[in-house]
Design a protein around this ligand. Structure first.
Ligand SMILES: Cc1ncc(COP(=O)(O)O)c(C=O)c1O
Length: 415
């Protein structure tokens, strides 16, 4: 079992106060806090081993290269990839999805189709919609039920022999709904389509095994899983990476560039995997931080992480019912979900409620959470979102509900 009080000791930021109150950080779906081991690993890198990678023969470059490559291996084993060659480091989940769109999606033709869902984050909608305007293929949108779960019948109707990509989130960043990726993978593959999974809200919070799920592409961000900002991952099956065209071009992604006098042009061969997809100087220190974050999560155990968050979510959902003017969205407590609860309070704009909570040291997100079509589909103007992680406790949930109750009572008195 995971002990959040023990975990909290590793996170220096959790010791601070905000507006005179102990910090309650419930904005983990936006980004997570960082344990001291991650902060120290990055500091140590800059103090002892900083150099560019894959370029020089000197000791520092060798050390930096080893760390950078080790980070790929650590991430590969975390998601059960076949090898580090299937792990491409990028800036974040957004860049990983754009990499798929521009390296593979650019080959699509007007008769092709891409199927997405209405529960996607903008980063898994806008690249496909934008590319479709250039390449003239069709994007189709699978529906979502009133409780935020995916409408599988709608998805099944949309996926046909014309579908080239099915792009779906593993877990919703608004409702915490977890999609059945094994089922969607079978559906996509039966129709000859490739499956891209947005793992930004699943990889940090539950065990994710790319072989078991049989995904073709998986995108996620380091900063949501205890790692630093500026480093993310695209996992892709080896044969896809081997056959794929890079999206960014420049140093380190090539093996040879020679000028042919008779043709008057360059002859270029790509580097080995995964470097073929990592043009230019990468975020070496970010990779070191991500490696340490993955080690931290491995020590906690991803089953334990998921169970802790699920228990805390059920506890919070039950307690939130005590606040009569508050409405939560998403599936009931009986459906497995990630630690995310969206809600609204009668008569209060979501940003105003988030600002009131901030006055009591409680950090939540408000607005659309980069998922405006989902809000529109569920008939919501916006929502407040509380999202939990490994260091959140029942005591924090109690304080959160207590403050919400006070706000609600105060509003009632004013009316
Ligand atoms: C489901 C989902 N996908 C993608 C993203 C984009 O992540 P990033 O901004 O790190 O690229 C987010 C971020 O909130 C997310 O929640």
């Amino acid at each position: 079992m995971l002990d959040p009080y023990r975990v909290r000791e590793d996170f220096p930021i959790l010791k601070r106060t905000v507006n005179g109150y102990p910090l309650v950080y419930f904005d983990n779906a936006a980004t997570s806090q960082k344990p001291i081991s991650v902060i120290e690993a990055m500091r140590e890198f800059y103090e002892k081993s900083n150099a560019n990678i894959h370029r020089a023969v000197h000791t520092l470059s060798q050390e930096a290269t080893e760390l950078y490559e080790e980070a790929h291996k650590e991430v590969a084993s975390f998601i059960n990839a076949e090898s580090y060659e299937e792990v491409v480091f990028v800036k974040n989940a957004t860049e990983a999805i754009n990499l798929v769109a521009y390296s593979w999606g650019l080959k699509l033709n007007p008769e092709d189709e891409v199927v997405v869902t209405l529960m996607e984050h903008h980063s898994n909608l806008v690249p496909w919609e934008s590319l479709s305007r250039i390449k003239k293929f069709k994007v189709k949108y699978a529906g979502v039920n009133y409780d935020g779960t995916l409408n599988y019948e709608s998805l099944e109707q949309l996926v046909t022999g014309k579908t080239r990509f099915v792009c779906v989130t593993h877990a919703s960043n608004v409702t915490g709904v977890i999609n059945d990726i094994e089922k969607i993978s079978k559906l996509a593959h039966e129709h000859g389509a490739l499956l891209l999974v947005d793992g930004a809200q699943s990889v940090p919070h539950m065990p994710v095994d790319v072989k078991k799920l049989d995904v073709d592409f998986l995108a996620f961000s380091g900063h949501k899983m205890l790692g630093p900002t500026g480093i993310g991952v695209l996992y892709a099956k080896r044969e896809l990476l081997e056959g794929g065209e890079p999206f960014l071009f420049g140093g380190d992604m090539i093996k040879e560039v020679t000028y042919t006098h008779n043709e008057g042009r360059l002859r270029i061969s790509w580097n080995e995997l995964p470097w073929k997809f990592e043009a230019g100087t990468p975020n070496v220190c970010g990779a070191v931080g991500l490696m340490e974050a993955v080690r931290y999560l491995k020590r906690l155990g991803m089953e334990n992480v998921h169970e802790h968050e699920r228990n805390l979510t059920i506890y919070a959902l039950d307690k939130l019912r005590e606040v009569s003017t508050l409405k939560t969205y998403g599936p009931g407590r009986e459906i497995d979900r990630c630690g995310i609860i969206p809600f609204n309070m009668d008569g209060l704009d979501s940003h105003d409620l988030a600002l009131l909570l901030d006055q009591f040291g409680i950090m939540v997100r408000s607005g659309f959470h980069c998922a405006q079509p989902l809000h529109q589909h569920l008939g919501l103007k916006s929502s407040v979102r509380a999202s939990f992680y490994v260091y959140n406790t029942r005591e924090e949930v109690d304080r959160f509900v207590e403050v919400l109750r006070e706000v609600s009572e105060g509003l009632k008195r004013q009316r």
